[in-house]
Ligand binder design. Structure first.
Ligand SMILES: C[S@@+](CC[C@H](N)C(=O)[O-])C[C@H]1O[C@@H](n2cnc3c(N)ncnc32)[C@H](O)[C@@H]1O
Length: 247
């Protein structure tokens, strides 16, 4: 595994138990605006292999395995404890045979066979160097079937962040934490282009910070999905959603 993220592995292992509860604090609206949007748009009914890169405790992998029985998920993360929880939950939900868990570093690992989809949600923002981020994207590009697609979810550095002086990068590795950053739209475009992928679409999910987001009724998801389809939506909200394919 890459030496830059050793502290993060320990952190993720320690936090695996609480991860779902922690992100649950964003509220149901967040999950409808982001996860449901992806599950609606990715065309998963077709079936095939999906590589969930940095799957964590399986908040996407498990939902996909339950909803789309023709999809086989390669769930990859470098936190063994997160994967242990994912597998336990997969058995509990009766979808264990549809998920293959692999403990590996996504900047170094490639699937044994090309896949129809690579899904990478809220992971790239934790890779602490530009080189590692590019390396991961390069691997994703090489992992795809000719008609395959990459779907990315990353945190956006907003105008409001700049106004409030929120740093683009926060590095807490020396204190037993992890690195995190927020991307501009231009940075994401460049990253995708340099990995030899063709950007099909980049949009923004209109999700506010967790503090306000958890108060929004989940029924607003229809409005969120509508906004996300508008040109220029990438400049709204705190989350960027990216769709790319092999050139
Ligand atoms: C914020 S969590 C997101 C988890 C999941 N994708 C989701 O959206 O719920 C980031 C995950 O990426 C994993 N991760 C970060 N860098 C990684 C790397 N280089 N290789 C494998 N996993 C990585 C972490 O262990 C963690 O589980």
């Amino acid at each position: 595994m890459n030496p830059e993220q050793r502290a993060e592995v320990l952190f993720r292992d320690r936090m695996a138990q609480q991860y779902e509860e922690l992100v649950g604090q964003r509220g149901a609206y967040w999950w409808y605006a982001v996860r449901e949007f992806l599950l609606h748009r990715m065309g998963l009914h077709a079936g095939g292999w999906l590589y969930d890169a940095g799957c964590g405790v399986g908040l996407y992998a498990l939902r996909i395995a339950e909803r789309f029985p023709r999809v086989r998920v390669l769930a990859v993360d470098f936190s063994a404890e997160s994967l242990r929880r994912l597998c336990e939950e997969a058995r509990h939900r009766g979808v264990a045979e549809r998920i293959q868990a692999v403990c590996a570093d996504i900047t170094q690992w490639s699937p044994p066979q090309p896949v129809r989809w690579v899904l990478c949600t809220e992971v790239l923002q934790h890779l602490p160097t530009a080189e590692l981020r590019q390396q991961a994207l390069q691997r994703f590009a090489e992992s795809l079937l000719p008609e395959g697609e990459l779907w990315l979810v990353v945190a956006r550095h907003t105008r409001d962040d700049r106004r409030r002086g929120v740093p683009k990068e926060i590095d807490e590795r020396a204190a037993g934490g992890y690195f995190r950053m927020r991307f501009t739209v231009a940075e994401v475009r460049q990253l995708v282009r340099r990995s030899g992928l063709q950007l099909i679409w980049i949009g923004g999910a209109p999700v506010p910070s967790a503090r306000y987001g958890q108060r929004l009724p989940r029924q607003l998801w229809r409005l969120a999905h509508w906004i996300q389809r508008l040109p220029g939506s990438a400049h709204i909200g705190r989350v960027l959603i990216v769709r790319a394919r092999r050139c």
